[in-house]
Design a protein around this ligand. Structure first.
Ligand SMILES: [Zn+2]
Length: 186
């Protein structure tokens, strides 16, 4: 019985994207467990030829500033103005194994693709898991939803209030994946 369970667990585990599991550890301690759990749940909704990847969880202020300077414009947020600097946000992308060789070489933001042919687009399936868990998807601006790969956990603070906590020293520092991350106290 134990052997059988172990085998099942291993089988489930091999389906996960290892990089995403590592990145989930960069999330703020308040959402870390939830993100990991929901990542697994969302990934399990996908068919054999598809995996969910967390393309970003934490983004350092330096990386954010680099991104801000990029042309054409990719973001309006400067260093410390993105919720990613506080590890309360994450971005997703779908990876597909086009030729069945076990490598997931195709990166996709296609919101209509239904890889496992269950009648629900893969993108919609994974979005539902996170939204049901309390994460906010995208941004609403000018009555339209933008940035569908982005999710964040609202904690009742905007970035200015979060930054104020950093400036006051109201945070705990931890090293995750070799990055020194400041997690604001919540
Ligand atoms: Zn994002």
């Amino acid at each position: 019985m134990l052997g059988r369970n172990l085998k099942l667990n291993l089988k489930q585990k091999s389906k996960m994207d290892e990089l995403s599991i590592l990145r989930a550890n960069e999330a703020h301690p308040k959402i870390r467990k939830l993100l990991l759990e929901k990542y697994k749940e969302a990934n399990n909704k996908l068919g054999k030829g598809c995996r969910l990847r967390l393309s970003y969880v934490y983004r350092s202020p330096e990386e954010q500033e680099e991104l801000f300077k990029k042309r054409p414009v990719v973001t309006k947020s400067r260093a410390w103005q993105s919720i990613h600097q506080y590890s309360l946000a994450f971005d997703v992308v779908l990876l597909y194994d086009k030729d069945g060789d076990g490598k997931f070489e195709e990166v996709s933001w296609d919101m209509k693709r239904d890889g496992d042919k269950d009648g629900i687009a893969d993108w919609i399936e994974i979005t539902k898991v996170f939204v049901d868990a309390g994460f906010t998807n995208g941004f609403i601006s000018k009555g339209k939803k933008w940035d569908f790969p982005h999710f964040q956990m609202d904690v009742g603070l905007d970035w200015r209030k979060m930054k104020a906590k950093i400036d006051k020293g109201d945070f705990k520092e931890e090293v995750q994946n070799g990055k020194r991350i400041k997690y604001i106290n919540l």
